[in-house]
Design a protein around this ligand. Structure first.
Ligand code: SF4
Ligand code: SF4
Length: 177
């Protein structure tokens, strides 16, 4: 059934980050409960959550987490730079809200990504750019062979995120949102 909702999903990334956050929060406020009780969305959210967890487990086991923590402590984790937030769209931000994340209303580090906090990334569902990023330091320290199992988990995570995003967009479209 199509409802003529006054709220509209912003499609694409070409809006200021606060506009996209505002849009995700408005949809979450109006439809979050319904989305979370939809069987298909619920199941895809579980698969995605599990895939994210598995990526982190693999990154811990392979030493990526230790290396990145060390880099963030003495090097400032240059990978989470200002402007990366512009790659996010409102749907991915909505997914973070559905996963229980709070979206920041201001930038913590003036040279860093909008979502960077004192203890690293504030998001659960990260952009494919963030998930897939392997810098020279990681290549040098862990090596291609060591990183292979991490890359397998990264692909599973980004695939699960993609299927969930598509299902949410379809759900919203079917209601005229
Ligand atoms: S990905 Fe590379 S630059 Fe980013 S925190 Fe890890 S080691 Fe540092
Ligand atoms: S979204 Fe998170 S992981 Fe990605 S650049 Fe921003 S702070 Fe880093």
């Amino acid at each position: 059934m199509v409802i003529n909702s006054p709220i509209r999903l912003l499609i694409g990334t070409g809006y200021p980050i606060l506009k996209k956050i505002e849009c995700a929060e408005a949809i979450f406020g109006a439809y979050g409960r319904e989305l979370l009780s939809d069987e298909k969305i619920k199941s895809l959210l579980d698969v995605y959550r599990q895939a994210i967890r598995q990526s982190w487990v693999q990154m811990e086991e392979t030493g990526v987490v230790a290396e990145c923590t060390d880099c963030a402590t003495d090097g400032g984790a240059s990978c989470c730079a200002k402007g990366i937030e512009d790659h996010f769209d409102a749907t991915l931000l909505l997914i973070n809200l559905l996963m229980g994340c709070e979206l920041p209303s201001s930038r913590w580090d003036k040279t860093g990504c909008w979502f960077l906090g004192e203890r690293g990334c504030k998001l659960i569902a990260r952009h494919v750019i963030c998930v897939n990023y392997i810098c020279r330091r990681l290549y040098n320290r862990i090596g291609e062979k060591g990183l292979r199992p991490v890359q397998v988990k990264m692909i599973e995570e980004t695939d699960a995120g993609f299927f969930l995003e598509e299902a949410i967009k379809k759900w919203l479209r079917s209601r005229g949102i």
